[in-house]
Design a protein around this ligand. Sequence first.
Ligand code: A3P
Length: 320
Amino acid sequence: KYLQEDNLSEKCKKLLSILPKEKGWVGSYVYNCQGFWTPPKFLQGVISFQQQFQAQDSDIILVTTPKSGTTWLKSLLFALMNRVKHPIFEPNHPLLVKNPHVLVPFLEHTLYIDGRVPNFSTFTSPRLLATHVPFSSLPKSVQDSKTKLVYLSRNPRDTFISMWYFANNLIVHHKVTNSIEEMFDLFCEGASLCGPFWNHVLDYWKQSIENPKKVIFLMYEEITKKPKIELKRLAEFLECPFSIEEGNSGVVDEILKMCSFENLSNLKVNTNGKFSTGEEYKLFFRRGEIGDWKNYFTIEMSDKLNHIIEEKFQGSGLKF
Ligand code: A3P
C-alpha cells in the first residue's frame, strides 16, 4: 500500500512515463526527477513542496539522505529547540509519547504528500521541518530566506546497509527480498533513495562552507563520538546556545540521554506505534551503531565502494 501509484495525479503519471527509471528499493521503480532518484509516491509531494512552500526566516529544516540518522536528529532538534517550553525533566515530554517523525514532520513525504495542502497554523515558531530533497531542488523561498538548514550525513557504507534493511522490511506484511548485491550495485550507480548519495552530500557540504550561517553540516559518526561538542555546536548555529546554568544543571547530558538509541527505541510509542499508513515506528530503530557494514560487505564490495568514495569526494575535504 505504502508506495502505490494509484492516487497520483494525471499530471504526475504523465511525468513518470517520461522519466528515467531503475528497479525500486521499496516499490517497483525509482524515478530520476531533477537529477535525483525518488519512489513515485513522493513525486507529487516533492513538486507541491517546491511550488507551494513559503519559508519563514525563523524556519529550521533538517535535511538528510534516507537512513543517515534522521530520526535521531529530529529528536535532538526537538528537544533542543523546545527545552524552555518542554523542560527535559518533564515526565510527559512529547518525545516520550510521540515518535520524532510526528514532532518534526517531513515536508514532501508527509505534509505535501499526494499534493495535500498543509495546515501550518498549528505550528509554533520556529517551525521544525524535515526533507530529503537535494539542495538544488529546494523551494526558492528556502534558498532565498534566512531559513536555517541542518544537514546530517553518514558513512555511505552504513547508510547503504541501513537502507537495504529498511527497504526490505518496510512493506507491511509484505517483506521484499531485494538481494544485497543487486541493491549495492544500484547504490553505487547512484540510484539509491534520493541519490546519488555523493551529489546530495557534496552539494550541502559546499553550501555549509560557502554559507556557514545558513547550513550546518553534521555527521552521524561525529555526533556518536563527541555528542556534547556536536550538540553545543548545533545549539550555537541555531542561535540558542546553552547557558552556563544549563551547563551546570546537566541539560546537555539529559537531552542526549533522552534522544539516545537505547531510550527512544525502548519507548512504548516506538515499539508499538505506527504511521497512519501502517509502517511501524520500530523500523526506524535497528542497531544505531557505527561500522555494521563490516558484517555484510565482501572484500569486492568494500573495494568497489572505496574506489567510488575516493573518486567522488576527492579534493572536497570530506572523508568517509
Ligand atoms: P541502522 O539501520 O544502522 O541501525 P533514519 O532515521 O534516517 O531513517 O536512519 C535510521 C538509522 O538511524 C538506523 O540505523 C537507526 O537504527 C539509527 N537510529 C535511529 N535512532 C537513533 C538514535 N537515537 N541514535 C543513534 N542512531 C539511531
